[in-house]
Every structure is written in structure tokens, then in C-alpha cells.
Design a protein around this ligand. Sequence first.
Ligand code: URP
Ligand code: ZN
Ligand code: ZN
Length: 460
Amino acid sequence: MSLLIKNGEIVTADSRMKADIYCEGETISYIGHDLPAPAGCEVIDAAGKYVFPGFIDPHVHIHLPFMGTVTKDTHASGSQAALIGGTTTFIEMMAPNRHEDLLEGYQNWKSLAAGNSACDYTFHIGVTKYDDATEAQLRQIVAEGMTSFKVFLAYKGFFGVNDEELYQALTLANELGVIVAAHCENDEIVAQLQARLLSEGKVGPEWHEPSRPERVEADGTSHFAAFCELTGAHGYVVHLSSVPALEAASAAKARGVQLAIECVVPHLVLDKTYAERPDFEGAKYIMSPPLRDKRNQQPLWNALATGVIDTVATDHAPFDFKGQKEMGRGDFTKIPNGIPTIEDRVNLLYTYGVSRGSLSLERFVSAASTRAAQLFGLYPRKGTIAVGADADLVVYDPDYRGSISAETQSMNVDYSGFEGVEIDGRPSVVTVRGQVAVRDGSFVGEPGRGQLLARPTLHG
Ligand code: URP
Ligand code: ZN
Ligand code: ZN
């Protein structure tokens, strides 16, 4: 089986060039000019299009039992939606809560994904408690190649860890060479503010943001950075949403803390006025950290352009409006948190960052693919276009014009937070390890072909 992609402009995190790409089996064999097509080779003409490395979403929730319900996507629907949007690998947060067994949770998440995911995937291991069994269990899971942890400083009593547990998890991570992703919000302040707002009769979705103000996120971010600094662990701040948190993370980076920063598409494109929409429609836009005042957006874009922010993820967490978001009518603290975005990340980042903004194509590729591969042990197999790399390729049509709608999306959820938003471009062909999986917005691949990716530690 071979594939030749001809006449496109190849864009990586540090280069642009017009050339052909020849793939044999699952990997890239040659990159060059005027490459011949052997008999039986599938040829894709990419004239007038970009050819990007397959995009990597480093923060998704496909299966997430959370807030009394479970996310709507399956690994089949979520992975096919990812591919349609150009994402060829995702990293899912597997997160049993603190009352569940970690190893049983890990086996459960693996069995849900195996044979069902159409794209490649791997897991961040949720550390939601640290008891007598945890250390040995984590050592076992890391030995299987799941070399990143996820901790929550929020969601008290469910996912959240206390400071002793945080210290233990980071100490083990440092010993094993495992990077630790963290949701950074001070859970005690959130709990106190939620209780106060509810007691004042402030129950609608518009009160979600005031219950988790920017300072709560900045406090969580500096707290996490201090723990990374003092344990020596490498940290990764997920879904950073506000200027005060950016200042806290940047200050830590500047003093040498090994800290990477992720932002997510909803915070770049939407703002808190969406969550203030009347008649409970704002519930569609409830996530944590919350959508922020618009003044936070340009500084996030600037930090992305300069590389202070490393990656752009989605934090995809699909809950239906009907029956799920509605659980929080009359009490905003019961609205399941999350905005489905896995299908739209690349197109929205391209549209608002590259086409209508000032993000270079190289930074776009870095933030949506390469940096995640580097940080999480997937590079250079994933995240670039090079001989020997997996043939995960996105032939991207910058001239496509269309708009996002729940009616046409493949994510298994009954609304889109980006309904009617116009996009400037989309993938016309997406390949996974040398096989075409998407053509012009439709999934045409093998449903269960995705592989679980084992990754090295930071020690190699
Ligand atoms: O609102 C969010 N972010 N939902 C998913 C869980 C998390 O915090 O990542
Ligand atoms: Zn989170
Ligand atoms: Zn998340």
C-alpha cells in the first residue's frame, strides 16, 4: 500500500516548502520534488493546499463520568469527529474519581477505546487521590508507557487532590520522569464563592464565572508552579484562560520552573457573554475555568504567537443541552462542565489565528501538533513531516468556506457552542498511518484502526 501526495505546500513547525510526500505502509519514505507514482500507488493532488502533520489534541475527555452524568461521545464518534477536523491523535484524560480504583479505571478506559477509536490515542493518568495503593499502581501504568499524570486542584472531593497528595504525585513524577498536567483553580475558594452566590439567590449560568474568578485560577496556577519548582517535576498547566494566570505561569517559566502552558479554543474564541445568554442557553457555555471577559483573549493570542503558550487543545467534554446541561436549571453548580470542540479546534485556530489573525503557519502547526508531540513523548513519530515519521497528514484547503452547525457535526452531542460560526478552511484529506480516513468532511476510514500509543518517560 502506498500513497503519494503531490504539489502541496508542506508546513512544519519550522519550515515551509513545496514538495511531494511518498508514503509506504504506515510511514513517510521520501520527501522530494516530482516524485514518481509507482503502479498501484494512490495519488492525491494537493495543488493550492497546505500539507500539515496530523494534528494532536493533548486534552480531551471522550469518556468522562462527571457531575452525575457521563459525556456523550463514544471513542468511535469522538475519534471520527476528531479526524474530520484534522486531529489524528488525541490524549484523553482517564480519570476515575477519588472513590474509585485507579487500576480498574485504567483498564476500563483502555477497553472502551480499544478497537473503537479510528485515530491514534494515548492517556494522561488521572491521579485523583494518593493512598497506600497509588504509588505501585502508577509505577505499573507508567511502565506500560502512559507517561503523563493529570491532577485537579479543583473539583473538591471528586477529582481534586489535597496538597499532601499533590506533593506525593509530583515527587513520584519527578523520580519517574513523568510530566504532570494540572487543572489549576483553588477548590476551596470556588466552594465558598459558590455557596455564597447560591445563598444570595444567584443560581443561573451567568454566575458560574463569578464563582471562579480569574484570581482563583491565578492562585491555583502559582500554587501548582511552586509545587513543581520544589519537587523538580515537569508541569503542564491545562486550559489557561486569563491574564492573571498567564502572568503567574510566565513568571514561573521565567524563573526556570519546567512548566508548559496550554490554552483551549473556547477561551480563544468565546467570552463570558455567551454564558450570560438568557433562558438558560448560557448553560451550553459552562466550562471550568469559565469563559472570561473578552479583554483576556488578545493576551492569550499574543502569548501563543510568541510561544509563551505552548499548545492549543480543546478540553472536549460533550454533554447534551437537553437532559444533561439542564440538570443545572436553578443551580449553576450542577451544570455539567464542558464545551464540545474536538471537531472544530483546527479550523477555528486556523480561521481566527492564521486567516484572520497574525499567527504564522509554523506557530499554528507547533501549537496544534508539534509541541504536544514533544512534551508528551510522541515526537518525532508524530507532530512533524519527516522521513520515518508516521504518515499522519492533513491536506488542508485554505479556500474552503463554510460554517459550523450541530446539524452537520459528527460529535455525538445535541448542540454546538460555535453554531453559525464561519470557518476559512478545512481538511480535504486526512491520513492516519498512510491510510485515507477523511475526504471533504466525511469519515471514510476504518472505524477501529486507532492504536494506543506507548510513550517514553522524560528519562528516555
Ligand atoms: O469544564 C471542563 N473543563 N470540563 C471537563 C473537566 C475539566 O476540568 O477538564
Ligand atoms: Zn480541567
Ligand atoms: Zn479537561
